[in-house]
Design a protein around this ligand. Sequence first.
Ligand code: ATP
Ligand code: HSE
Length: 292
Amino acid sequence: MKVYAPATIANFGPGFDVFGMAIEKPGDEVVVKECDNFRIEVIGHKVPADGSNVAVVAAKALFKLLGEEGGVYMKLKKGIRPKSGLGSSGASSLAGAVAAAKVLGVEDDELIIRAALEGERAASGSPHGDNVIPSYYGGFTIIESISPLRVHRIDVELKVAVVLPEVEVPTSEARKVLPEKVPLKDAVKNLAMASSLVLALREEDIETIGRLLDDRLALPYRKKLMPWFDKVREAALNAGAYGVTVSGSGPAMFAVGENLREVAKAMGEAFEEMGIRAEYWVTKTGRGAKWF
Ligand SMILES: Nc1ncnc2c1ncn2[C@@H]1O[C@H](COP(=O)(O)OP(=O)(O)OP(=O)(O)O)[C@@H](O)[C@H]1O
Ligand SMILES: N[C@@H](CCO)C(=O)O
C-alpha cells in the first residue's frame, strides 16, 4: 500500500498553531508493508533512515496507543525539503501514522492524528497540529481543539506563489524565540485578522485574504531569524501580490494575488539578490492524504 501526504502552509498569516492549508505540491509518499519490527528506507531529500525518522516515530506511536505488537517496513519518498516551513516533518509524520493505520485496519481520525503529533513532537519539540491536520484532511483547516479532535474545514480553492530559499529555519529554533506573553493589543489584532480571514476565505475574496496575511504573535519575534523577510515581501508586493508572509515557521514564504508567476519570480529574484538561491513555484489548495 502507498500513502501520500501533501505539504502544508501552517499559521497562514494570523492563525498561529490553528490555521493550515494543504497545497498540491510537493508531498511525501510512503510505501508500507507489515513487518515484525520498524524499518525505513529513504529516497529523495535527506532525512534519517532510522528510528528517529518521524514517520517511524508516528507509526510506532500508533502501535503503542493500540497496544499492538509488530511493526511496519516503510519506503519513504521524501518530496518535501526538511526545515522548509512547508510542513515537511508534519507530512512524514502523518504518512507514517496513516501507513500504520492501514496495516492495523484503524480508521479513527483522532488516534491517527494523535500518533502523527508524536512525530511532530520528536521533530520540533512541540505537538502542534497545523501541519499534520491539513495534510490529513486537505483544504484549509481550523483547529478548534486536538483532544477531543475538533477541526473545521473550508473547501477553498486558492492559488499561491511559494518561494523556498536554500537556507534552513528549524521549527524547534523558531519556537524558542517566542515569548511567554504577548501584548493585549497584538492579541486583539490577531483575533480581528483571523476571524476576518475565515470569512474572506469562504468568499474566496483574494484581495482581502492577501491584506490579512499578517501576524503579531510569532512573526515579530521570528523576523530576526529571517533577515530577508522585508525585502522579499516588498518584492512580492511590488510585483502585484495582495499579500505575502511566512509559511509555517519559515524560511518558505507564500503570496496570494492574480499574477502569481510574476510574484513568485520576483520573490525568487529578491532572494538571489541577497546571495541566497531559491526555488519558486505556483500551486494551489491541495487535497488531503491519499492511500492506494
Ligand atoms: N521524515 C522526516 N521528514 C522531515 N524531517 C524529519 C523527518 N525525520 C526526521 N526529521 C527531522 O525533523 C526535523 C524537521 O524540522 P522542521 O520541523 O523544522 O521542518 P519542517 O517540517 O519543514 O518545518 P515546518 O514545520 O515549519 O513546516 C529535522 O531535524 C529533520 O532531520
Ligand atoms: N505553527 C507552527 C508551524 C510550524 O510549521 C509554528 O509556527 O511553529
